[in-house]
Design a binder for this molecule. Structure first.
Ligand SMILES: NC(=O)c1ccc[n+]([C@@H]2O[C@H](COP(=O)([O-])OP(=O)(O)OC[C@H]3O[C@@H](n4cnc5c(N)ncnc54)[C@H](OP(=O)(O)O)[C@@H]3O)[C@@H](O)[C@H]2O)c1
Length: 326
């Protein structure tokens, strides 16, 4: 395993982060395709064996059960200080007032619920899952600062939003002497590269670590364009976000197939190597629905794509509508 500092912090994380959205109670929450606790447990064991120390989840994943599975696995398998736990806040957890968003009320309540489900007294990285258009950013940043000062989170991060919003949030924190975001969890893969315009250069300039989500486009980059899987058939968000440019996307997927075939390695390794080698990327957050996916992710660290291969992979890309910010 390779380890890297998360942005300008001293925190060492594995260059593969295991996304825990795949693990959760299927009847709870929005994702019918998740793996239940007994099926999920070996993935945590294997990830730790491979040297993965970085795990990403969210309060909203499978209605909190993803956090519960991760917390119980860590308690059973490894000392708490040997892993880096990242979770998120913003998604709606309850109907009615204050059941979601980033008000001071929501943040203070949700961090405590996440800690209880994770069975820990702190998370390493507390991330805002989206921008909250209804709460002043000053209120959000002060509440996050207070969470850090209370010892409930070591660092804070943000996820998909417009670059101007992220810059504004950092400036508000700076001006008030509050904690700044150290990481950006954004959407980046060979099928969605709109972040290369503004967010990635901003993060590189500011020393913010990139930990992109869905680096394999939720599986689209790992198989022929028309192929499906148990997940892809019920992954409603996946169906929506990779439906805007089907012809261009199919061409990119075909090129991933060609590069993989020429090298004699799985497509997943090629697609992940492309993300891993993007400047500023600390650790892609991968999804694994089979244990072999973890091995491929780690193997991708050793794949160094040539300039010609990168050109082949990139040149079929066409600009996509910006999405996923709300
Ligand atoms: N911040 C956000 O808004 C946000 C949004 C989405 C995700 N996330 C985070 O990012 C994490 C990863 O998301 P993701 O699951 O969409 O990531 P992904 O890595 O793009 O997709 C994972 C899927 O790719 C396929 N796959 C992975 N490795 C493979 C291999 N070696 N060979 C063949 N197929 C392979 C599997 O698809 P099949 O199961 O179909 O076979 C797997 O479920 C989540 O768990 C979550 O932590 C965050």
């Amino acid at each position: 395993m390779e380890y890297a500092r998360l942005g300008r912090t001293g925190l060492e994380v594995s260059r593969i982060c295991l996304g825990c959205m795949t693990y959760g109670d299927p009847p709870r929450g929005n994702h019918r395709w998740t793996l239940d606790e007994a099926t999920a447990r070996p993935f945590f064991t294997r990830a730790l064996d491979l040297g993965i120390n970085f795990f990403d989840t969210a309060n909203v994943y499978s209605d909190g059960s993803s956090e519960e599975y991760l917390g119980r696995a860590i308690k059973d398998l490894i000392p708490r200080e040997e892993v880096v736990i990242a979770t998120k806040v913003h998604g709606r957890m309850r109907p009615g007032p204050n059941g979601g968003g980033l008000s001071r009320a929501a943040i203070m309540m949700e961090i405590d619920h996440s800690l209880r489900r994770l069975g820990t007294d702190h998370v390493d990285l507390y991330q805002i899952h989206r921008w909250d258009y209804a709460t002043p950013i000053e209120e959000v940043m002060e509440a996050l600062h207070d969470v850090v000062k209370a010892g409930k989170a070591r660092y804070i991060g943000a996820s998909s939003m417009h670059a101007w919003q992220f810059a504004k949030a950092q400036q508000v924190a700076e001006r008030n002497g509050w904690t700044r975001f150290v990481s950006m969890q954004n959407h980046l893969s060979l099928l969605y590269r709109e972040e290369e315009r503004e967010m990635i250069p901003l993060c590189q300039d500011q020393g913010v670590g990139l930990i992109p989500w869905s680096p394999l486009a939720r599986g689209k980059l790992t198989r022929p364009w028309d192929a499906s899987s148990a997940r892809s058939e019920t992954d409603e968000l996946g169906k929506r976000i990779y439906a805007t440019m089907p012809e261009a996307d199919a061409a990119v997927v075909a090129r991933v197939g060609a590069v993989a075939e020429a090298r004699g390695i799985p497509r997943a390794q090629v697609a992940l190597a492309w993300v891993l080698n993007k400047p500023g990327v600390v650790a892609p957050i991968i999804g694994a629905s089979k244990e072999s996916h973890l091995d491929d992710a780690v193997a991708a660290l050793k794949v160094k794509l040539t300039e010609d291969e990168v050109k082949t992979l990139e040149e079929a890309y066409r600009p996509h509508p910006v999405l996923g910010f709300r």
